[in-house]
Every structure is written in structure tokens, then in C-alpha cells.
Ligand binder design. Sequence first.
Ligand code: ADP
Ligand code: MG
Length: 473
Amino acid sequence: MNEINPKISASSASVAGKSFSELPLSPAMQATLQQLGYLTMTPIQAASLPIALAGHDLIAQAKTGSGKTAAFALALLTNLNPRRFAVQAMVLCPTRELADQVTQEIRRLARSADNIKILTLCGGSIMRTQVSSLEHGAHIIVGTPGRIMDHMERGTLNLEALNTLVLDEADRMLEMGFVDDIAYVAKRCPAQRQTLLFSATYPDGIARLARQFMRNPQEVKLREQHEESKIRQRFYKVENDDRLQAVGMLLKHYRPVSTLAFCNTKQQCRALLEVLHGLGIHALTLNGDLEQRERDQVLIQFANRSSSVLVATDVAARGLDIAQLEAVINVDVTPDPEVHIHRIGRTGRADQNGWALSLCTPTDRNRIITIAQTMRIEPDWHDLSALQNDDDTPLVPPMVTLQILGGRKEKIRPGDVLGALTGEAGFTREQVGKITVTDQYTYVAVARNIAHEAVRKLSAGKVKGKSVKVREL
Ligand code: ADP
Ligand code: MG
């Protein structure tokens, strides 16, 4: 029987700041890490890499943005023989988006080794194309469980040489109902292999899943420790009927450029979106009903600061890594203190301060007590009536997103768009924000006051020697 070892709970302090040079990695890999600016290990890397590199099965839990990808990527790349042209590692991810992110990170880490082929297999792409790519061979597969299962059933994916199986974002895959698919895939992988499971939270289902196909896994859990100084947490008393209007009051008072607003249900997300739009606030929502392209567009507009508020449930927001977030608003308080901690940990990243604002009705009181006990804090209570709402200037995002018809397929790169805007069109670098190239479209954020002119000049001029169609999103 497979048992789970007693937990190794590492505190960030005991493992922070260790150098990768302590690990048994090749000199080429050490050099790549240096080039990428990975100078010290993140706490989850320091806690999990020695175990993973020693060949043990591993369950690792740490919050979003803590560097879990590199932790398993270094392990699977160490197990890989580039001269053997067969699938040796496979990573299961919940969504195409996350599979793309993982693929990119593995590519970056694998760049010193020559010719390692990584293939992404997700639903929504054409099966036939994937089959022919598989026929050409690959060392590493990254994909979603459903599509990988399809390939296994059709016999188009040979896993005989597999030595490393990774489950990334395991909590989210469970929430999305992938349990049976994961078990199907895992049970058909060679028994002689290493299995690594990574997760942001640790619901009960994980241990149950792990017991089915992991061998004597070691467990590493990193409790979230927010740097108190960076996240300023306030609790506002509110009556249930006033909850949604109160979000508008908080936004008008604190005036954050980017806010992630958490609701407990999809219905609440929809209701809040309507209220915010009614107040003239630029808000978007993420939910499971969106098509992939719509989802991409929501995330792009929010991340490039051309939308003020992203309204989401915990499920919809899981795994999102947004660099700059001035505020997190808990529109509804969550019953799970770990979820609360995870939510507010999205703000106050890097060197920035962040606000964590929670709206609490009298019936939320018990939840707040549990959260306060778990976080070992004394809740800082405030009254909505104390908010100043005399500033009548509307809350407007600083940027506008322009959509250019044409993307990776047309070989457009971010530099081409930046060149077109700062060259002939005559704008400054500071007026141009984030540029994101997808298969068919390129999105560029520009300062709000130049948006119309930028559309006009881009449409009249050329990008990569060709005329392009451009519009404001
Ligand atoms: P997670 O999977 O835990 O949410 P990611 O693996 O996506 O986190 O990593 C978050 C970010 O941190 C990425 O941009 C990654 O490139 C960066 N990163 C990872 N490890 C290190 C490191 N040791 N030093 C500096 N940056 C790192
Ligand atoms: Mg991750």
C-alpha cells in the first residue's frame, strides 16, 4: 500500500535564499539559471528540489507565483536523455493557458540542451495536426488530461519510455472534474517512474488521488506567509443589500489601477459586473462560459491595465499570475481561511503595497473570526461611512488595448509593433504598454489619450512591411 509520509512543513525563512549551486544540476543548467536571473531558489524550490532530484515521488503545495513550474521542470529535465527520441516526461495541466505557460517555462530552462522537443496537447486544437507532430517525435508532452487520454486511446501517444509524470495545479484539475481522467492516464504510464504533484491549495481529494498511483510520496507544504507590511488588510461592515454598491465606494475611495474582485458564485459575478458598469467603471469578468479567445482578451486587457476591475470566482482565477495588482476585494467572504489567504496574496507582490479589502455582513462574522485566528491577526474594522467619495473624477484605466488583426501566424513579434508605434507614428516608448502576440491577433496597450491617433496611424502605416487592420477593444 502506498502511504503518504509525514508532512515536511517548511517555513519560508528556513529555506529562502539558497543558491541553485547546492543542487546536483549540470553546469549547463546552472548557467541557464544564471542567464534567466534565477539567482536563488524560491522557498518551494529549495524545499522540493532536493527531494525531486533524488528521485522520490513528491507532493508539493505552495501559492500561485511561487516558482512551482521550475521546481518540476528541473527534475524532469534532469531525468531526460536528449539522445533518446521518445516521450520521457509528461505534464498534466488543467487548461490550455496553463499548459502554454508551462511549455514556455520548460523551453526557457531547456535552452542549453540541444534539440529537446516539447509538444503541447490540449483540446480545442486540431487532432490531426497533433497526431502528425507526435509522429515526428517529442521528448516532453504538456497537455490537458482529456486530450492526452484521447491520444492514448487512439494509440497515437506512446509512453513506454516515460520516466517522469507531473500533475500541475492538481487542486484545479480536481475542481474541474478531471479525477478519473488523471487516474486513467497515470495507471497506463510505466510503473517504474517518478510522479510529482504540484498544487496551490491542499483539498482532501489530493491525498486520495495521490494514494491511487504515487509511491511513498514525500510531502512539502509551504504555508503562505504574507509580508505583513505589504498587504494592508481592512474589513468593512456592510448589510447584504448594500454589498455590490459598496464595491463601487471602495473603488472610488482607494482608486486602485487594477483590482481583482472575488465573489463566491458566478451569479454574484454577473450582478457585480452590472453594478460596476452602471457606475461607469471599466470591469470585466472571467467565467467558464467564455470561449478561449474571449478569455484571452479579458486577461490581456486586465493585465495590461486597460481594465480597472476583474471580477472572478476562486475557480476562474486559479493559476492566474498577475504582476501588478493594487487591490483585492473580497466581495463575498469565503468560508475557507486558506482560500482567503490565497486570494489576498495576489496583491502586495514584489516591492509594491497592496490593499486587501473585505466586505462583511453580520452573518460573515464567524468566518472573519476563523480567518483572523488562522492568520493570527486582529481584524482591522472600518465603516463604509468613513470612506471619502467626494472625488468625482471617474475611475479610468490608464491604458487602452488595440487589437491588430495578425499574430504569430503572420510572424509578427512585439518588436515589430513597438517599432511601428515609436518609428513612423512618432509615439514615445512610455506611451506604449504591454504587447501580447497570439496566433491570430496582436494586442498592444497604449496610453488612453493617444488611443484614437494610434489606431489611425497604425492603420495608415505598416507593421512588418504590411498594412494591418486595427481596432480599439
Ligand atoms: P507557480 O507555478 O508557483 O504559480 P511559476 O512557476 O509560474 O509559479 O513562477 C512564477 C514566476 O517566477 C515566473 O515568472 C518564473 O519565471 C519566476 N521564477 C521562478 N523561479 C524563480 C527563481 N528561482 N528566481 C527568480 N524568478 C523565478
Ligand atoms: Mg503553476
